[in-house]
Design a protein around this ligand. Structure first.
Ligand code: UD1
Ligand code: UDP
Length: 384
């Protein structure tokens, strides 16, 4: 049988990491049947937001890098669509694979669907039901032009059914007769695969004088938190109060978006206090293996990231969510995560709750660690 050509679109940090799981499955189990070709939009471009993952996770460099870089939604997405379409005409793949909910996801889905190349959406069906998030618009648009939709959770699958996708569509699948799956999460596959390697190979705790269970890990990068000075001040105030009262260190690998806005949007007194605090370790973005090591050893995680919320759960750490809602509702329903939004008292109360709460439940939510293999076998069925 000849190899089928799949073209994978990545661009932002979490997509580069997610794509590793499928690439690994193709390399190990499906290399006779699938040939993958990767296009990087260049949405993320700093070494520590992009290159580090290719080197560390041993994945081959993309065949194309569109070098689109940063910009407004319209310009950034339009530049991606234009360049992706050109590549699709050159490469003529059997299908296009996109991940998650970024502008790179949307661009890939629109470019491919308009020229009748089937779109495979991995991480389909997630909804915040908050369309002020750019990601919510990207998700909905992408799902509705996809042919195969792989949802990591039952809640995501149910969201698709509520939007009119049919549970029992029969092949041949197409954009007008799509197939929805609940198949587990490729990031669960990755977390299992890299968990031990991360602890054995990284020195991030030692480098930052951190001891297991004696620090909080925090990440903040959502546009509504970084760009709104009131929210950003509230978040850092709350974390600073928790650190001082409990004499606990806080490590924050800072997203470049936040790094640029922190000096501008934090009050000068809070900014100075945090910069000079003996509790805070504000560091550059770390590699994925370093991030896993930080997650696995943290006392607790505070974040507005989708991926970090989920990894907190996978590594059995309580999580405080700095958003008004989450797409990963199972984490909150199990009691392992609390939605605190940008509310100082909610954040402090959530921390105190987790300090005293024993036997937090982390039920198996993200599959059996073989989601990527399942996805590969369904792609093969689709295009054979
Ligand atoms: C994007 C995604 C978001 C995802 C996040 C993952 C969209 C709409 N948003 O948000 O869903 O959670 O990636 O991290 O697609 N920057 C750099 N260097 C880089 C990349 C970005 O300095 O390598 C700075 C630039 O100032 C840029 C800003 O970060 O303007 C925002 O980058 P952008 O990719 O537009 O959005 P993110 O906030 O990263
Ligand atoms: N991550 C990383 N280094 C960091 C911060 C995050 O490798 O300094 C990883 C994290 O483990 C997760 C992914 O990046 O797998 C999450 O990406 P991000 O928070 O940027 O985006 P989101 O998931 O919110 O879209």
């Amino acid at each position: 049988m000849s190899q089928l050509k799949i073209l994978t679109i990545i661009g932002a940090r979490p997509q580069i990491i997610k794509s590793v799981a499928l690439s690994r499955a193709i390399r190990n189990k499906f290399s006779d049947q699938l040939k993958e070709l990767v296009v990087h939009t260049g949405q993320h471009y700093d070494d520590n937001m992009s290159d580090v993952f290719f080197t560390e996770l041993e994945i081959s460099k993309p065949k194309y890098n569109l070098n689109v870089g940063s910009g407004g939604h319209g310009k950034q997405t339009a530049m991606m669509i234009d360049a992706i379409e050109e590549i699709l005409f050159i490469e003529n793949p059997n299908c296009v694979v996109v991940y998650g909910d970024t502008n790179s996801t949307l661009a890939g889905a629109l470019a491919a669907s308009k020229i009748h190349i089937p779109v495979i959406h991995i991480e389909a069906g997630l909804r915040s039901y908050n369309k002020s998030m750019p990601e919510e618009i990207n998700r909905i648009m992408c799902d509705h032009v996809s042919t195969l939709l792989f949802s990591p959770t039952k809640a995501g699958f149910n969201n698709l059914i509520k939007e009119g996708f049919k549970e029992n569509n029969k092949p041949p699948y197409s954009i007008d007769n799509p197939k929805v799956f609940h198949c587990g999460d490729v990031m669960f596959d990755n977390s299992i695969h890299f968990s031990l390697i991360a602890e054995e190979t990284t020195t991030i705790l030692k480098d930052n004088s951190l001891e297991a269970d004696k620090y909080i890990l925090a990440t903040i990068h959502r546009n509504n938190n970084t760009d709104d000075a009131v929210r950003l001040n509230t978040l850092f105030n709350a974390i600073n109060k928790i650190a001082k009262k409990n004499e606990i260190k806080v490590v924050i690998p800072l997203h470049p978006r936040t790094a640029k806005l922190l000096p501008q949007n934090l009050s000068s007194s809070l900014y100075t206090e945090i910069k000079t605090s003996k509790y805070f370790r504000i560091i550059d973005p770390v590699s994925f293996l370093e991030m896993i090591a930080l997650e696995k050893n943290a006392q607790l995680i505070i974040t507005d990231s989708g991926g970090v919320q989920k990894e907190a759960f996978i590594f059995k750490k309580p999580c405080i969510i700095l958003r008004p809602e989450t797409e990963w509702i199972e984490l909150v329903e199990s009691g392992a995560a609390i939605i605190a939004d940008a509310d100082e008292q909610n954040i402090i109360n959530a921390y105190n709750t987790f300090l005293t709460k024993k036997d937090i439940m982390f039920p198996n939510t993200f599959g059996d660690g073989k989601a990527s293999e399942f996805i590969c076998s369904e792609i093969i069925k689709l295009i054979n």
